[in-house]
Design a protein around this ligand. Structure first.
Ligand SMILES: [Zn+2]
Length: 48
């Protein structure tokens, strides 16, 4: 698990600055075998 990881939602500006926050607010996707944070938070993805 990478220890420096963060994500910011480009729509609402919500930030996840550690694994737990990203897990909770963003969720993950697998790209080419690598686990990366979703670019949009869960809430914005639902409304997209
Ligand atoms: Zn958002």
């Amino acid at each position: 698990m990478p220890n420096v990881i963060k994500s910011e939602c480009p729509k609402c500006g919500k930030k996840g600055k550690n694994y737990e926050q990203i897990e909770d607010k963003f969720g993950w996707r697998i790209i080419k075998g690598k686990k990366r944070p979703q670019s949009y938070c869960r809430e914005c993805r639902r409304r997209f």
